[in-house]
Design a protein around this ligand. Sequence first.
Ligand SMILES: *[C@@H]1O[C@H](CO)[C@@H](O)[C@H](O)[C@H]1NC(C)=O
Ligand SMILES: *[C@@H]1O[C@H](CO)[C@@H](O)[C@H](O)[C@H]1NC(C)=O
Length: 858
Amino acid sequence: NTDILGENLGLLSVLSVVCLRSVFGQVSYSIPEEMSKGSLVGNIAQDLGLDVKRLKSGKARIYTGEGTEYIELNKERGALVIKERIDREALCGQTTPCALDFQIILENPMQFYSVTVEITDINDNSPGFKNSDMKFDISETVQIGSKFVLEKAVDDDVGINGLQSYSLSSSDIFILNPYRIGGSRNVEMVLKKTLDREKQDRVSLILTALDGGNPQLSGTIQIVITVLDANDNAPVCSPAEFKTNVKENSVKGTVLTTVSASDADEGPHGQVRYSISNAPKGSSELFDIDEDSGVFTLVGKLDYEKFRHYEIDVQASDAGGNADVCKVIIEVLDTNDNPPTINIMSTSSSISEDVKPGTVLTMMNVQDPDSNENGKVHCILDDHVHFKISSTSTNFFSIVTDSELDRERASEYNITVTCSDEGVPSLSSSVTLTLQISDVNDNEPLFERSSYEACIVENNTPGVSVFTVRATDADWNQNARVSYILEDSSVNGVPVSSYVSVSADSGVIHAVRSFDYEQIKDFQFRVKAQDGGSPPLSSNVTVKMLIQDQNDNPPQVLYPVQTGGSVVAEMVPRSADVGYLVTKVVAVDVDSGQNAWLSYKLQKATDRALFEVGSQNGEIRTIRQVSDKDAVKQRLSVIVEDNGQPSRSATIIVNVAVADSFPEVLSEFSDFPHDKEYNDNLTFYLVLALAVVSFLFITCLVVIISVKIYRWRQSRILYHSNLPVIPYYPPRYSDTLGTTGTLQHVYNYEVCRTTDSRKSDCKFGRAGSQNVLIMDPSCSGTMQPMQSEKTAMTINSLYCFDNKEPLSLDILIKALCNVGHIAPKCLVQISDGTQINDPYSTCHADKTKQKKSRSSRV
Ligand SMILES: *[C@@H]1O[C@H](CO)[C@@H](O)[C@H](O)[C@H]1NC(C)=O
Ligand SMILES: *[C@@H]1O[C@H](CO)[C@@H](O)[C@H](O)[C@H]1NC(C)=O
């Protein structure tokens, strides 16, 4: 402004118009404002027609009253000059014209003159606005033609230098509309084009106010327009479709996709909310979308096998209700989540053991709803020995037998079928079938042994059970029900069924009759075991029945012959020496073994000191010299006992005549009269009557006691020895050594071992004799009584009957003692390996004689 001002002043000083009025006492000047100090206003002396000297002498001065002295008087030059800078606007404001009035006062004489200095305006003020900017908030929906009043500018200058016009920085949105109210120039702007916040949310304009001065001055103000949003935009899905793949086994909460829609609006108008607007039936529970973020999640369980493709509409809407629909397309991917299912179409629970390999047992169908590899199925069996599985067509399988079956080996099979798919990892399921194998009668009954031997003691009660045969059959139920049948055969021309019978159910063999060992010693028959199958199978077995002896026969005296009436007497010459053999009592016993082992005893004698009886051989010999004093008639009563339990005996009366001649004998024996016989008879009857009574009593007593003792002994012998049981068979009576005057008994023993030998009724004799037994390997079991007493005895070994193994010596001795042949007095000498010659050869001799019957004898 100072530049402009300086310029103006320069111009004014040249072009200043001195308005010279020759009105007395009145001068007017016109000067522009803002002239510099000392600038000439007017040559007052000249204009007033005064001399400079007068000014000096008149002491001319300016009188302004109270007002500021802007102008001073230069008396030397007689001119008015600027004393203070004059600002018209400060001096007069908007008032025009603006003038300074003052007086010039002179003295000597007093004179005064009025001076008026008009101050003219120069353009020293630019238009201006009170604020630096203006702010407008305008909704984008405002209509074209809407007016907005703008702040008006102020210019202190007046006239042409004052505010003249406005202009707006280039804008195609608004135009200016200036108007006047009174003297003031106002301005407004008018919308000529719609606003769009989404394009331009802020408009910035410059309003310029201009004056008319030269040079022209201007002032500006910034107009800031904020475009307010209106909900004029709908959300837009981008992209329009959201495609995603998801595995069917995805867990709940899996994020599938994020739907997004954009809304150009702002604030609530631009806030998009998402919701599922349309979903296929059944899938609305499967998915969920977050209202704000658009995160699309899985909340249910997918199943590829039910739905593979979903198209879901998601509505995106803003607060104003504008909306768009976004599509979410979901492809479900298969996973191996289904195990195969096995359906048994047909199965046999039971099958006969004789079916051919390749028989179909089960048909089944296997399904796996998964696709591709996940749905391909193969099946295996756990038992691939007896069964196999084959595929008849896709997903159809059959189980067939692959080998022969045998119910007796396995009557039941649990066949487990496992089917697996080919997914990774593979899923499988299995089913177990129980197969029963039904029986076929393919096994015959089998006896427990290949042959049987049984013992029965003679005189048995008919119907007694002897022993039991047993056969087993591996088959089942009826096919294994064994019945026993006695097979027809004959024994000694009699059907075997009259000897024994077999219980069909139990296999118990009964004796049909009472056996007599003296008649039959053994016999054989066959028993057949037959099962209940159809047709039945059978097998048979041989049973050998051995009958054992009982001491049921008393000894029979063969010699001397007991004739009814006549009296036979042995003669003994009076000259006979000690040991003279008077006679020999010969007796036999039809029993065998111990039961037939006889011993002789002198029971009564007229003179006991004269005779003795050989206990083994029955020889009656004298034991002292016969004297003359001895009676002719000697009567000996000899008792013959067998060795059975209880023993049986026979008594014989031997009449001996001690005489040198027959007449002597006759005379003595002739008075064996008949009257005596009568007396004897009478006595006999009396005694008989008495005896019968006593006999009944004693018999009872004896029977009871002997049975008790017998049983006790039996059990002791049998249970306390390790011996095989030796029953006895009737003796073979032989008199081979008759010339020596002695009798020799040869006993043959047969061995019978029953299944329960200890309880059989086998008996052992117990002799009071001191015979020596010689056992020899070559003829073991043959016992030979020897004459010589207390002979030392050597035992090499004893072969135990059928098993041909030596018995230990202590068992042997125990055996001999038990049997009774080695009585307490018996002397046993054992020397290993040494043989006694004599008994050995004797034994051999015996052996040859017995060859015939050897097969059945040991
Ligand atoms: C077969 O399975 C059944 C029941 O599980 C069982 O009682 C039977 O002993 C099984 N049989 C075989 C031969 O394993
Ligand atoms: C007894 O069995 C044998 C085979 O062990 C057989 O050969 C025989 O024929 C059978 N006898 C009968 C009478 O069935």
